[in-house]
Ligand binder design. Structure first.
Ligand SMILES: Cc1cc2nc3c(=O)[nH]c(=O)nc-3n(C[C@H](O)[C@H](O)[C@H](O)COP(=O)(O)OP(=O)(O)OC[C@H]3O[C@@H](n4cnc5c(N)ncnc54)[C@H](O)[C@@H]3O)c2cc1C
Length: 384
């Protein structure tokens, strides 16, 4: 592989954030931008391992607003980017089984409705009526929004990489960044196994690895990698085609249709930060048992596949956009397990920030890097 010796902008990371940023920079007229991805295949980090869920249902205004910008971009993806991303609007049905969650759901629905998202608040009985195959005797409330759903992550990444290529921007896979050169507080370029590339602007879009990239530039970034895993089943013909993305909120246990079968995942609340991406077989049993208790039909299903990936967790479960203390070193990351859906708008926002000097589509300046040092955290409740 021959990398250029210089570029105006280098993006590190070829997941949804890097790919979307690359495309939007190229679409904004910046052609001398390159993306470097360490793996042989783009999108093989968190993006390619994610559940593909997209939703408007969040508990903070900024997250709902990010969805209000990003999900319509996914709806228009084929038309604008030229790639089908298989958006299935099966709806998300979040189920509350304790008073605290039920109360919070009520407030969340009020917020979402106020912002124009037509989420419905459901009673426990309504949850049971909508999910006849599931056992939710303890459901106290639920929320449902029909336009939430599922999208194919790899198609989004490859759609952006190909469209950026058509506009003249270049993305390199198998290009691991091993060092970042900083002189007098300014970035100068990156080191890779295939040589160095000079650039005055570097964007850290390394997802769960963003902290490592930060260390290379001498910037401590509060993003922790935390393993999450899921399994899929073989065909389950009893599951209706309009089965929603169901979340048993208190257990962080979720189900959605995957091909002819189901995908079942659960977040291990005791998982320690680390880069291990092997499936924890013991926890898979916990996930399977919990899944079967809610959906007894699972007893007759066979596991078709399973995998693990890394969430990129920040202290307030919100992303970080923009500049860092090193001049020319920018970040878009820390989406805390729900970033795939915000990838389209986040790349657009980063391109605006780099090209125009400010976020135009949506003011995300509250999600700056400095908020951690300054104690301006914004907690998101709807983390699964
Ligand atoms: C199991 C699981 C389920 C999830 N489910 C959902 C969901 O349903 N909906 C949703 O919206 N989000 C979900 N997420 C979260 C979502 O996947 C992430 O928020 C999003 O993909 C982050 O994108 P990214 O581009 O920042 O990171 P990544 O996709 O990880 O991309 C970063 C890239 O940087 C590369 N990289 C790292 N170091 C270097 C280096 N030194 N040199 C070059 N390249 C480097 C990596 O190889 C990687 O490809 C889930 C995540 C996981 C793990």
């Amino acid at each position: 592989m021959t990398l250029p010796k210089t570029a105006d902008i280098i993006i590190i990371g070829g997941g949804v954030m890097g790919a979307s940023t690359l495309y939007h920079l190229a679409a904004g007229g910046q052609k001398n931008v390159i993306l470097l991805e360490q793996e042989d295949v783009f999108g093989s980090g968190a993006t390619g391992r994610c559940a593909g869920g997209v939703r408007y249902q969040f508990s903070t205004e900024i997250n709902v607003r990010l969805s209000l910008e990003s999900l319509p971009m996914i709806e228009r993806f084929k038309e604008e980017i030229g790639q089908d991303v298989n958006y299935r609007q099966c709806g998300y049905l979040l189920v509350a089984t304790n008073e605290r969650d039920a109360e919070t759901f009520k407030r969340n629905v009020e917020l979402q409705n106020r912002l124009g998202v037509k989420t419905e608040l459901l009673s426990g009985d309504e949850v049971r009526r909508r999910l006849p195959l599931m056992k939710f005797e303890d459901a106290l409330a639920g929320t449902f929004h029909q336009k939430d759903g599922l999208v194919d992550p790899n198609s989004v990444v490859m759609g952006y990489i190909s469209a950026a290529g058509r506009l003249g921007a270049k993305a390199f896979s198998g290009a691991s960044v091993t060092g970042i050169r900083v002189e007098e507080g300014n970035v100068r370029g990156v080191e890779t196994a295939s040589g160095s590339v000079e650039a005055p602007i570097i964007v850290n879009a390394a997802g769960p690895w963003a902290g490592r990239i930060g260390e290379m530039a001498g910037v401590p970034i509060p993003i922790q990698p935390v393993r999450r895993q899921m399994f899929t089943t073989n065909a389950m013909p009893m599951i209706p085609s309009d089965f929603p993305f169901v979340i048993d909120f208190a257990q962080s246990l979720y189900f959605h249709r995957e091909g002819e079968g189901l995908l079942v995942g659960m977040s291990n609340q005791n998982e320690k930060a680390g880069f291990d991406q092997n499936v924890d077989e013991e926890f898979e049993m916990v996930n399977f048992e919990a899944g079967m208790t809610r959906l007894p039909l699972l007893e007759y299903a066979q596991r078709a596949s399973h995998w693990a990936g890394l969430y990129e967790i920040t202290p307030d479960a919100h992303p970080i956009y923009g500049k860092t203390p090193v001049e020319g070193f920018f970040i878009v990351g820390g989406f805390s397990g729900h970033g795939f859906m915000h990838g389209p708008v986040s790349g657009k926002l980063m391109a605006e920030y780099l090209l125009d000097g400010k976020f135009q589509t949506l003011d995300v300046s509250v999600l700056d890097f400095e908020r951690f040092a300054e104690g301006r955290l914004i907690k998101e409740y709807n983390v699964v």
